[in-house]
Structures are given as structure tokens and as C-alpha cells.
Design a protein around this ligand. Sequence first.
Ligand SMILES: Nc1ncnc2c1ncn2[C@@H]1O[C@H](COP(=O)(O)OP(=O)(O)OP(=O)(O)O)[C@@H](O)[C@H]1O
Ligand SMILES: [Mg+2]
Length: 707
Amino acid sequence: MAAEEHTAMAAAHSDAGELELHSGRGCPTEARDRALPGNSNNCGDQPTATSMCEAVTLMGASLAGVVTSGGVSLTSGLKRRQCDGSAWRRRGIRGVEAASRSMCWAGQIKTLLDHQEELYERQSQLKALLEVSKECRNKSNDESSVTVEDWSGSFPWDSQADDTRFNVFGITSYRSNQREIINAIMNGRDVLVIMAAGGGKSLCYQLPAVLSDGIALVVSPLLSLIQDQVMGLTALGIPAYMLTSTTNKEVEKFVYRALDKGEGELKILYVTPEKILKSKRFMSKLEKCHHAGRLSLVAVDEAHCCSQWGHDFRPDYKNLGILKIQFPSVPMIALTATATSKVQKDLIEMLHIPRCVKFVSTVNRPNLFYKVYEKSPVGKVVIDEVANFISESYPNNESGIVYCFSRKECEQVAKELRDRGILAEHYHADMEIEAREKIHTRWSKGKSQVIVGTVAFGMGINKPDVRFVVHHSLSKSMETYYQSSMVFYENCGLQNLYDIVRYCQVISLSSRAGHSNHDVDLKREEIEKLIVQLIIDHVLVILFLALQKEEFQHTAYSTNAYVTIGPLWKAALQGNRPVKLEIAVSSSEGRGGDGRCKGTKRSRMSDLEAKLDELRRELSLSSSNGGISIFPHAVLSTEQILLLSCQKPTTEAELEKVIGKVKTEKYGGRIIELMRSHDAGARNGDDASKRHKKEKDVVCLESSDEE
Ligand SMILES: Nc1ncnc2c1ncn2[C@@H]1O[C@H](COP(=O)(O)OP(=O)(O)OP(=O)(O)O)[C@@H](O)[C@H]1O
Ligand SMILES: [Mg+2]
């Protein structure tokens, strides 16, 4: 499912027409020269475009020619030197002395040019090696868990924090780093939190906000995310509001009065970055609030939006540094699930929090399982497999997401899944906001099972019971794949793409770059894989002639990638950098005898869990917040449902120990009613099954007697 995307890349190219690559031995050098900008003037009269097309085929159908022809471009040298020499001779030199002097200069110039060429080559080799070692270093840095200072000790607010965590938020215990983060914030420090998606970042600022006097300001990038948070907090009885383009005048007045004069109950205020940068009125009210000592903390959620090196860059986020400048004494907490060191560095600089305490939790989530399936070249087969996977592994309408690359693909895949009986709806940025909200809401309430979306769908979606994510098409980066957030227009886009492709090359045949063995008989797909491997290993590079850098050319129908030798081609050819490609010998693993995906653990709900799930849906519809019904998980989280089904509380006091005071007060009556009736049903069922067992035992004895 998260598929063989090198296949996709090659397919994109082949749309543009496949041109045969001359099989190399004839004039590999010329091909190389023409493919390099600046070399077209002296050597060969062929138009450059032809060379480009020849190079294109390196990724296409005639790739077999490349591998079996002895490394067409890998063995080539540069021909410019010879041409340069003859140019000098054409100058018309008079006299033997002058001629020999000129020859001598020409010789020296040639030597220098040769040397320059070698140095350039060495430079790009070193650059590529540097990049490779940087990648390795970043990876090892990213994977570790770093907490610079120890914030796990005892603090005066401990018992109050525990009480609020449990009784207000209904959370039984802290997850990794949550308590430490809360302590640092409560101690007045600026904090940077890197925690996996769904790790529980919200509690890290919401709990200190409730514990502190005054108002906490939260900057969040998306309206849907803000609405979701405000809804959830209101359901917990925490006075939370938002100021966005959709806020009505009455609420706006209330918020301004609370900021200005401290009137009314307001604990957490959510705003979009635009509000801070574009509304002078809002900023002046906020300043008053701060001046009166009522601004308790500032939280910047999804903080990676500040950085151009992250995905989801939002220009307005870049200017949020103003908050620390205006309110230097107010603790700031920046939170994100994006772990790259570049993004972290950017955030600290942009938000002006150089002395922040940094909490980097591992982004490894042991509850997630990753699988890469070989994608069939036949679209219908892919959809059949996805549909089978969903209906067989998740028959209880468990929620999931299917990510696609383009908007059109989303619509198509959603329709085809519906045709196969899956409740699927598409979601992408081209749709009207209302339509998108409707689809999001239906999915959040369990009325549809699958959202088929582009990456526009993901950030800030808080649905704790998402059970599967299928990447129908290539994910932009390992991080987006991992978090389940176009390569060409983003910084680091191409590197991210290589990372994800590298991940997908898991599928055993070792091969050396530039292998000239004519007997190697690789299939087209295998050759495509080899080319992709050579690209991600810097042996080949994708080339755009005009700019001489890695690029893609977009046409109305396709994106073309042109390939030429990369900085590490020589090292690869000399065997100093082996290129390994693993190709599956057998494809039976991970599939059932019928070719369908298997091995997915099916975790069916118990009867009681299903009843509790039904009850939370019902309660969410009847508990409205300002006319908007709340989401089921705001009534009871999945974790709470599991706890209830294990502990089976039947009194208020028992229930309070599981879900806390606030939820017991709100929903206790209905939950206890359900628990009691289930308990009674189970006892009756037990009696019946005991009777049944006895009868069976008797029958058994009788039968053995008869025997
Ligand atoms: N200590 C905890 N124990 C159990 N559940 C928790 C705990 N902390 C948070 N949660 C729950 O985990 C879910 C995800 O939390 P939250 O939305 O804060 O994640 P997040 O880190 O902000 O994710 P994202 O990056 O997607 O925004 C919520 O339902 C929340 O109630
Ligand atoms: Mg969050």
C-alpha cells in the first residue's frame, strides 16, 4: 500500500514518451558532454534536447540498455579538453617561436583546465559525502531522547496538578515528559517540545493554563484545529474561547472585555497567527492584559509552521517572535511533532527563546506498525487490495485515512472505494470550507469510515481512534509518512523524497553500480529500482539542464526527471562505494494465499466497549457547545472506554476514580446505567452459560457412558 513509488516516478516519465538510449559503447562521452550545460558549444552538433531525452530513458523502459551496456555515462570522461586544444591551434600563430610559445601556453592552459576539472569533480564528491554524513548524524541525533535539564522533582503545585489532570482532564497518569514540561512552564521557563503526533502535547500547555491565574494565549494555525480544541476544553468545563474570522461579535466583545478588564471567565484563548499580526486592536488588548499581570503563558502549537525547512510553512508564523519581544516575562511554549534539528534551530531563533528548556521525546511510537506492499501497476488491483485490506481488517467501521498525491486522485480513489462498499469520502484543498468541514465532522463522528485526502488533511486532526493510514501514493517525507504531514517546491523536498524512497526499497539481489555483465537479466521494474537506488546514493543525479541542479520539468501531463552521473559515480565505479539493491525473491510474505494482505492484527471491540462507544456517540450529539455538537472522544476517550470495560464501575464513586469528577458529573448517570445493565446481562449470561456447560457436561458424560 505505502507503495513502490519508484514505479510511480518512472511511470510519470514514460508518459512523456520513451526514447531509445543509444546503447553506449558508440559515443558515451558525447552523450555525457551534451548532457552537461556549457559543453554543448564545442563537441557534437546534436541539439542538447536530444541528449536530454536520451538521458531521460535512464529512468524509463529502455533502462536495460543502460545496465547491460557497461554503464553508458558512468565510464565517460570529459571531452572538452581536446576541443579546447584545437581551438588554440585555430588562432593562426605566426613563427615557430611564437607557435611553440603558444603551444606551450596552450599546453599549460590545458593542464590547468584539466586540473580545474578534477578539482570541481573532487569538490562535488566531497559535498555529496558531506551530505551523506550529515544525514547520518542528523538521523542519530533525531532518534535520541534529549532532556537537557531535570524537571522531574517535586514542586509546590504537584498535588493540584495531579488533581486537575485526573478530575478535570480525566487523564489517569502522565505520559513521557508531560509532567516535566508542565513543571518547566510552571517555573516560568520558555520551553520547546518535540513530541510525536498524538503524544499529548496539548496537555503540556492546557494544564499549566488551568493551574495558573490569568489567561493563556494559544496560537494555532488551523481553524478546524482550534474549533476542535475549544470544543474539547468546553466539554471538560474549562472556559476556552477563540478569536478567529468565524467568531461572532458577542463572543469577540466578551473576549476583549476579559483581556482588557479581567471580566468574565476566560482561561485559554486560541487565535490564528493572522490575528496577532493583523489586528492592532487585539494586540493592544493583549498588552493591557499583560500589563495587568493577567497573561499567564503563550503557547505556539504546530510550531514547525515557523520554519521554511518544515512542511506546512506558514509565512505569518515567521513573525510570531513579536510575542516574546512584547511579553518577555511570560513563559512561552512551542510545540511540534517535527523533529529535524534544522527546524528546531529555526524555531528557537524565530521565537526568540534561546534559553528555552528543550524536551525532545523519541518519535518512535511502539503502537504503530509499518508495512510496505508492492503496488500493482494496475490501478484497479491496487484499489481492490486497499478495499480488501480495510473491510477485512477493520470490519467494525474503524476509522482510517488513505493519502493520495493529487486532488483528482483523491476523488477517484474515494469513488472506487465507495463502489466496493467502503464508506469513503475525499478531502482536499480545492473544496469549499463548508464541504470540507462536513466531511471532517462526518468522519469524526463515525458516520463515514475513510477520508481519502491529500496532505491538506492531517495537521491538527485530533481523532484518537484512527486505526489505519494507507499511503496510496508516495508520502512527501518520512516525517509526514510517520505522522500521518509537493516535494518539488519545498526546501529539503528532494532529500525528503529520497528518504522515503530509500525506506520503500526494502524489497535480495546485490548489484554494483556500473555493472557491465551482459548476462545480468533484470526486469524493467528491477532496473527502475536500481536507478532509483543509484540516485538516492548520489551516483546518479536528476538534472535540469538550464540550472544544472536537481530539478524536474513539469508539463501539463507529467513531470519529467532527467538523469546524469552524480558526484559519487567514480567512487561507485571503483568499488569504493558499493550500491546495494535488494529485490525480493519471493513475494508470498505479507500476503495470504489469495494474494490479499494479511498479518494485520484485528482488534475487535468487546461487547461492552461497543456499547460504551455507542453511548459516547449518543451523548456527543446531545451535549452541544454553543450549538455545535461535541465529538464522541470528548465525552469518553478510547483509553477511558478500555478502562471502564476492565474495571466495570457501577457506582458514582467508582466511576469517578476512572474518568474523574467533571465527566462523572456530566455523564455519570448514563454510564452507570449502562454498566449496571451490562453487569446484570453478563450475570444472567453467566448463569445461562453455566447451565449450558452443565447440560453439556451431562451430555458428555451420558455419551461416554453410552460408549
Ligand atoms: N497522559 C495521557 N494519558 C492518556 N491520554 C492522553 C494523555 N495525554 C494526552 N492524552 C490524549 O492523547 C490524545 C492526543 O493528544 P494531543 O491532541 O494533545 O496530541 P498532540 O501531541 O497534540 O498531537 P498532534 O501532533 O497530532 O497535534 C488526546 O485524546 C489526549 O486526550
Ligand atoms: Mg496537537
